[in-house]
Design a protein around this ligand. Structure first.
Ligand code: COA
Length: 157
């Protein structure tokens, strides 16, 4: 049976930290859906469609993934796509507490899913990248090349 996982997130923007998690998940699972979802708490800076293209360009060496722009609950996507695993990256105990606070509800909504946490290889966050962009700093060490290009294009109009 195929092991199908979902890696949901805002990815605003997708960082090297996210890339690391996708690489790890793609080795463990047969297929990984990278779901660009809507987070009620966050107002987006970069369009989800643009980020989808940049993510795809960043993953040219991986073939068992699909990037989806999705408006609903990711547990519902899991049901309709036979995905049993939710992938998230943990940078520290703050991430763990945050993930656990929503994991319980999501597991109630869809008891078939199992959470799989990967250890993050960086503490960089999407907000940090945006903050650095605001101060015209070089962010190339924190995001994949295609994301860097997109962010520069959007900043320079
Ligand atoms: N490396 C680098 N950064 C990481 C990271 C890692 N391994 N793991 C987490 N982060 C950072 C991100 O950069 C981001 O930083 P920010 O807060 O500055 O933006 C933050 O931690 C988490 O963002 P992200 O991974 O993009 O996900 P999110 O927490 O914004 O996404 C979801 C929240 C998954 C709920 C949402 O996007 C989603 O899928 N919504 C669909 C609706 C739904 O199902 N909601 C759940 C209802 S309970």
């Amino acid at each position: 049976m195929n092991k199908i996982a979902i890696y949901p997130g805002s990815f605003d923007p997708f960082t090297n930290g996210h890339l690391d998690i996708v690489k790890k998940a793609s080795k463990l699972f047969d297929k990984v859906y990278i779901l660009i979802g809507v987070s009620g708490k966050k107002k987006r800076t970069y369009s989800r469609e643009d980020m989808k293209i940049a993510i795809e360009k960043s993953l040219e060496n991986i073939d068992n993934y699909e990037v989806i722009v999705f408006d609903g609950l990711f547990v519902d996507f899991a049901k309709t796509h036979n995905a049993k695993y939710i992938v998230r990256g943990l940078r520290n105990n703050v991430d763990y507490n945050y993930e656990e606070s929503i994991a319980e509800i999501n597991c109630m909504l869809n008891p078939d899913i199992e959470y799989v946490y990967f250890r993050a290889n960086t503490i960089i966050s999407s907000s940090m990248v945006k903050e650095l962009m605001n101060y015209c700093q070089d962010i190339s060490q924190f995001v994949p090349e295609a994301v860097n290009k997109l962010l520069k294009e959007k900043t320079n109009g």
